[in-house]
Design a protein around this ligand. Structure first.
Ligand code: MN
Length: 238
């Protein structure tokens, strides 16, 4: 009961707090998808990402995406029984009535779940096999960061800048509009950054280039190395 009340209250807050949330009625559907726990508190990425931005981004935006995804699957139990990765990789097979909702909210759920996971306080640098792959495929970490930031800056409107990885461990830079994910094209996402204005506007306003540059200070390379190993093993799902 306590959980239900919290869910309801949080949903109300989500609608009130964010003008950028999709304007569909947020039905109170408690599943099948859930907001994943953050692996850190929302204030630890400051000053690079401020706590207020993290609070809103995680607890309002991401929660809203999950709620809307669940609501869109309410009358589609066979789709609701599928995992997120399967839904996204079979987007073309989704019932037409929910395909756009699944694309937007399912993509958003996958993208944000990945995003929280690849960040953390402390920064650091890639090493070992991941460092070798970055050197081979981008010419070095510095070059990767430069190309990644340039690609993120060029996205018009909303979207994501990502690094994808094949089962052979080959890396590539990709951008996707809105909440699309390379998973929809059968690819694996190693890591990525959110360039929707809600990700940075409170601290950076229109200075997206500054946000993209600062973001590297909160990238968790150890986690990305784990995702790299999982991608090669074929067990990376989001
Ligand atoms: Mn976002």
């Amino acid at each position: 009961m306590a959980i239900d009340r919290r869910f309801l209250l949080a949903g109300t807050t989500a609608v009130a707090a964010s003008a950028a949330l999709p304007r569909i009625v947020q039905a109170q559907v408690a599943g099948p998808f859930v907001l994943p726990a953050l692996p850190y508190t929302t204030n630890v990425l400051a000053p690079h990402i401020d706590g207020k931005t993290m609070d809103l981004h995680y607890d309002s935006h991401h929660r809203g995406y999950v709620m809307n995804l669940n609501a869109s699957l309410k009358d589609y139990p066979s789709v609701a029984a599928m995992g997120l990765h399967e839904i996204l990789s079979k987007l073309g097979e989704m019932p037409e009535a929910i395909r756009v909702a699944v694309r937007n909210y399912g993509g958003a759920h996958a993208n944000h779940s990945m995003f929280w996971e690849v960040m953390g306080p402390g920064g650091g640098n890639p090493n070992g096999e991941l460092f070798a792959a970055i050197t081979r495929d981008f010419g070095g970490v510095h070059t990767l960061k430069g190309r990644f930031n340039d690609a993120g800056l060029r996205i018009f409107g909303t979207g994501w800048v990502m690094v994808t990885v094949t089962r052979d461990g080959k890396l590539a830079l990709e951008t996707s509009p809105n909440q699309d994910t390379p998973i929809m094209d059968g690819k694996q996402v190693l890591f990525g950054n959110d360039v929707w204005e809600h990700a940075y506007y409170l601290s950076y306003q229109n200075r997206r280039a500054d946000y993209l540059k600062a973001w590297w200070n909160v990238v968790n390379w150890n986690k990305i190395a784990q995702r790299y190993a999982a991608a090669k093993a074929g067990t990376l799902t989001i």
